[in-house]
Design a protein around this ligand. Structure first.
Ligand SMILES: [Mn+2]
Length: 456
């Protein structure tokens, strides 16, 4: 006879480390609050990283599949890491009894944006945070619960997984605080390498190769003309680790937005799985894929569509991406328009004098005062070198950089800052389509944008 629990806790289908760890934390929280620990119920499928973790830890953290339980007596249900009803179909019979008026107490802990089919819990805890496990760990600590080294290791692994080791833009101070407390409690950081950074499997490597070959760039207004990549690949029969494959692929493309369209033939049509990653604040892939019946976070999202045509899905994705609004902050909104420039016929001696008087370490050089076409840049370093070599009487054109790195006023500010950092230049002349100097952005403009007003 199957066990007949009264209280269960579960995470979303395709259960990952964050969902599983949050369920374990919810069990411990119940104990700390004087309730019985709920039975942990897994989704029908598990993410490979959780599978790897359970390979060693399944006796330490016991869990059961829904099919191996009789859920008819459940009076308490806790759902972690989702509040979308369609993502917890494995406990649907419990939810259906609750709909029918039976007394089933529902608790929900989540960190995703609202789904189209939200669960309404008796206790609803939603917080935009990197990992939902962080939220539960801080509650456990506040409740005075004891956390042993194995639990601390699981929780920290989940936080590393969902925050990309605190690097994703969704990371919050509470994630870092929870991680710090877990390290104090003996979390084993070496697990992160062993469980999360395992090399991609043969299937994943093949997918990454296909995506690299079969991706098309889509120029986006939202990225001021920079492309997003849309890749097409057949979904393998054992479709595990699609997320990991897409993450690796996204890291290998130079584009901040990468969306994979995985397809699998079903008769005359196909089932499609979309997996998206974005490193740009201008493209929220969670919002984008909600338009395709999916969901997720701004930086990572997924969706599934049945009975469709992969090429049509790719076209609709490209259209939806192109319809995103253009970036608000461009170089033009931040540049200094009143540029102190020199002309190419000025002597190096005069240039030295003017740079000193203006209190700047460099200036753009234009053709003539009347013709503002940018022809180069000169720095105090160039002038000092000329002075040492006794060449101050020569025109600056003899000593300037002739091919300076420039930006267009239409470029998003973040792209300009990126270019400044990568090329290690302190100022970027801004030129219009005709090559005329129209402004300049400097390191101090960049810092003001990144950190707000500088202190004097
Ligand atoms: Mn999560």
């Amino acid at each position: 006879m199957r066990p007949r629990p009264e209280s269960v806790v579960t995470g979303h289908e395709n259960t990952d480390l964050d969902a599983f760890a949050a369920c374990v934390a919810a069990q411990q929280l119940a104990v700390a609050e004087g309730r019985d620990a709920p039975i942990l119920v897994l989704g029908r499928r598990l993410q490979p990283s959780l599978h790897r973790f359970l390979g060693l830890h399944r006796t330490r953290f016991p869990a059961t599949r829904a099919d191996d339980l009789d859920l008819g007596a459940v009076r308490e249900l806790t759902v972690c890491d989702t509040r979308s009803r369609s993502r917890v179909r494995h406990v649907e019979p419990i939810l259906a009894r609750r709909d029918a008026g039976e007394a089933v107490h529902l608790r929900v802990f989540d960190h995703h944006p609202p789904p189209p089919d939200p669960l309404e819990g008796d206790v609803d805890v939603h917080q935009p945070i990197g990992a939902v496990t962080s939220l539960l760990v801080l509650r456990l600590l506040a409740a005075g619960a004891r956390i042993d080294a194995a639990e601390a290791s699981l929780y920290s692994l989940a936080i590393h997984a969902d925050t990309g080791s605190l690097r994703h833009v969704t990371t919050q101070p509470d994630d870092a605080q929870a991680l710090a407390e877990l390290l104090r409690l003996g979390a084993r950081t070496q697990l992160v390498g062993r469980i999360l950074d395992a090399p991609p499997s043969e299937v994943q490597r093949a997918l990454i190769r296909t995506l690299l070959d079969e991706a098309t760039p889509v120029a986006l207004d939202a990225l001021a003309g920079r492309p997003a990549m849309i890749g097409l690949a057949p979904r393998p029969k054992k479709a595990e680790g699609l997320n990991r494959a897409v993450e690796e692929w996204a890291g290998l493309t130079d584009s901040p937005v990468a969306i994979a369209v995985f397809h699998r033939a079903r008769g005359t049509t196909s089932d499609v799985t979309l997996v998206a990653r974005s490193r740009s604040a201008a493209v929220d892939v969670g919002a984008l894929l909600r338009g395709f019946g999916g969901g997720g976070h701004a930086g990572a999202a997924a969706a599934r569509q049945k009975n469709t045509d992969p090429e049509a899905v790719r076209r609709r994705l490209a259209e939806a991406l192109c319809a995103l609004p253009p970036p608000r902050l461009r170089v033009a909104s931040m540049m200094t328009r009143d540029v102190r420039a020199l002309t190419r016929d000025v002597s190096l001696g005069d240039a030295a004098e003017r740079l000193r008087r203006w209190g700047v370490t460099g200036a753009p050089v234009t053709e003539t005062a009347a013709n503002e076409r940018l022809v180069g840049v000169i720095s105090t370093g160039d002038v000092e070198r000329a002075a040492r070599e006794g060449r101050l009487a020569l025109p600056i054109a003899s000593c300037m950089t002739h091919d300076p790195i420039t930006v267009s006023p239409e470029l998003p500010l973040v792209a300009a800052i990126d270019r400044m950092a990568r090329r290690n230049v302190g100022r970027l002349p801004v030129v219009d389509a005709a090559g005329a100097l129209v402004g300049i952005v400097s390191r101090s403009d960049a810092l003001r944008f990144l950190y707000g007003e500088e202190r004097a």
